[in-house]
Design a protein around this ligand. Structure first.
Ligand code: SAH
Length: 226
């Protein structure tokens, strides 16, 4: 891991969690079925603990989701790994993420795709994520404070659109911003409120929807909190 020499307050504690802890996390991910060596390599290298409040950073490499404030959560490592695998399988050039949150998923993706856009609706999270990503040199990730349900039309079309919050129905503007043969990967709630990781592939004007595993995410909400 390369960090700038002048570490601001935010990035202190970088030595707190050792490489060994990260290696153990990645070992578990491999046992849980994460196969793509690029994903495992990036997650073994990148400092997940810097995306949490200091009081929680010692738990960063546990197999659990953790609170990041404002009622939101950093997804468990397995979920980040699984979604990253699904994204890079498409060999995408242009990727849009909705739900920057802490910025950890954004960081992992930024190391593996060439161009990345990420939208968050809560200003405090958006700003903190921006600071972390800048300091960690994720310069190919562009962030925006907005309601991601509307997508990022100026930058469309995208090869992959990833949502890290759960919608009740597929947001139409996001489907419209998919490139031909592009995919939308999102948690989607069924009528009983059960969430499923879902992959929607665009073929011309057709959208082929495939249900993957059962998951748990915070809800996709409307509007911006400044
Ligand atoms: N990938 C994030 C997960 C954060 S939880 C991480 O690694 O930390 C989901 C995030 O989606 C929250 O930060 C929430 O504020 C955000 N979110 C929910 N609805 C949204 C919307 N309509 N537009 C943009 N962000 C949204």
């Amino acid at each position: 891991m390369h960090l700038p020499e002048q570490l601001p307050e935010l990035l202190r504690g970088v030595g707190m969690t050792s490489q060994r802890t990260r290696d153990r996390m990645v070992g578990r991910l491999a046992d849980q079925g994460i196969r793509d060596p690029r994903v495992l390599e990036v997650m073994a290298r990148e400092p997940r603990h810097l995306f949490l409040d200091e009081a929680l950073s010692h738990r960063a490499y546990e197999d659990t989701s953790l609170p990041i404030g404002h009622g939101q959560t950093l997804s468990q490592p397995w979920m980040v790994a699984r979604m990253t695998e699904l994204v890079i399988k498409e060999a995408p050039c242009r990727v849009l993420e909705v739900g920057t949150g802490s910025g950890y998923q954004t960081l992992v993706l930024s190391r593996l795709v060439s161009e990345l856009w990420s939208i968050e609706r809560i200003n405090a999270l958006h700003r903190l994520a921006g600071e972390r990503l800048r300091l960690l040199g994720a310069h190919n990730a562009r962030l925006r404070l907005a309601d991601g349900g509307h997508g990022w039309s100026e930058e469309a079309p995208f090869d992959v659109i990833l949502l890290t919050a759960c919608a009740g129905k597929l947001p139409t503007p996001l489907l419209a911003q998919l490139a031909d043969n592009g995919v939308l990967i999102t948690p989607l709630a069924d009528q009983r409120g059960r969430q499923w990781l879902t992959r929607v592939r665009r073929e011309g004007d057709e959208f082929d929807q495939q249900r993957l595993e059962s998951v748990r995410f915070v809800p996709l909400l409307e509007g911006v909190i400044r």
